[in-house]
Ligand binder design. Structure first.
Ligand code: CP
Ligand code: NVA
Length: 303
């Protein structure tokens, strides 16, 4: 593994290896065991979109690993004034040991990796959110012991989270069912790949998708960059694509609920379901730290 651009670049074994290392690093951190595996290393973090979790978990993670992280707002970089990503990649490769980037186009992340000579980590694009889903898989495994054979359900917009959950779920042996409105399906090529696994179902019916689920995910109806579509999207999703008590009644009695956050209570998830499952949801948020530390150690640690 040279980069983390999207989960489909990783094998199931590589994903499990990251989850195992993440568990170990979490254990070391919780028990005060020194694990400065990236001492002297520097990570640049480019943000074209807002962030709470991604920024703080990468920065803190790098610190805990003995390295240093630089927050680089795209507004303040020359990239924000049109300097090509090809040049930015080559310049940053001369200073840094790794780059984390959150942006709009997946191609920008791929170009950064292609033109630079250091590892690139995708911290969210419009297409996918691999770091989040590694943390999600870690959380499910922590709560359930294993992943294979569990049913993972996603309700809502077929967005970056849906795309990465489909790949992460299928690659770790889960059964994945997704319910989205007609014009809001996940990436078509990715769905075709998932269908070939025989463990994937795309439906328009949240109740059908949630049937016997072990874990239900949802995410906002309008993602970053889609703010002007919010009203139109609300009209399509409202009242149907929501994780609420009646949806959970279709799932297994001990079904987990996950949300990458930020959550819009009363929209994609009810306040009651959110608060009932808050422990699992904030475990998930915490695991961003541990999963990303594992990714950085694998990519930048020479191990
Ligand atoms: N889940 C997630 O990526 O959160 P942030 O947007 O706060 O980084
Ligand atoms: N789908 C959301 C995820 C935020 C972490 C977005 O892209 O805004």
């Amino acid at each position: 593994m040279k980069h983390l651009l999207k989960l489909s670049d990783l094998s199931g074994e590589e994903i499990v290896d990251i989850l195992n290392l993440a568990d170990q690093l979490k254990y070391e951190q919780k028990n005060g065991i020194e694990h400065k595996r990236l001492a002297g290393k520097t990570l640049g973090m480019i943000f074209q979109k807002s962030s709470t979790r991604t920024r703080v978990s990468f920065e803190t993670g790098m610190y805990q690993l003995g390295g240093y992280a630089l927050f680089l707002s795209a507004n303040d970089l020359q990239i924000g004034r049109g300097e090509p990503v090809q040049d930015t990649a080559r310049v940053l490769s001369r200073y840094l040991d790794g780059i984390m980037i959150r942006t709009f186009a997946q191609k920008e992340v791929e170009d950064l990796a292609a033109f630079g000579s250091i590892p690139v980590i995708n911290g969210l694009t419009d297409y996918c959110h691999p770091c989040q889903v590694l943390a999600d898989l870690m959380t499910i495994r922590e709560h359930r012991g294993s992943l294979a054979g569990l049913k993972l359900c996603f309700i809502g917009d077929g967005n970056n989270m849906a795309n990465s959950l489909i790949v992460g779920g299928i690659k770790t042996g889960m059964i994945v069912s997704v319910a989205t409105p007609e014009d809001y399906s996940p990436d078509a090529e990715l769905c075709a790949w998932a269908e070939r696994s025989g463990a994937f179902r795309l439906t328009r019916s949240p109740l059908e998708a949630a049937e016997d689920a072990d874990v239900i995910f949802t995410d906002v109806w309008a993602s970053m960059g889609q703010e002007e579509e919010s009203k139109k999207r609300r009209a399509v999703f409202e009242g149907v694509y929501q994780v609420n008590d009646s949806l959970l009644a279709a799932a297994k009695p001990d079904c987990m609920v996950q949300h990458c956050l930020p959550a819009h209570r009363g929209e994609e998830i009810t306040e009651k379901v959110f608060e009932t499952h808050a422990k699992e949801i904030f475990d998930e948020a915490e695991n961003r730290l541990h999963a990303q530390k594992a990714v950085m150690v694998r990519l930048m640690g020479g191990e």
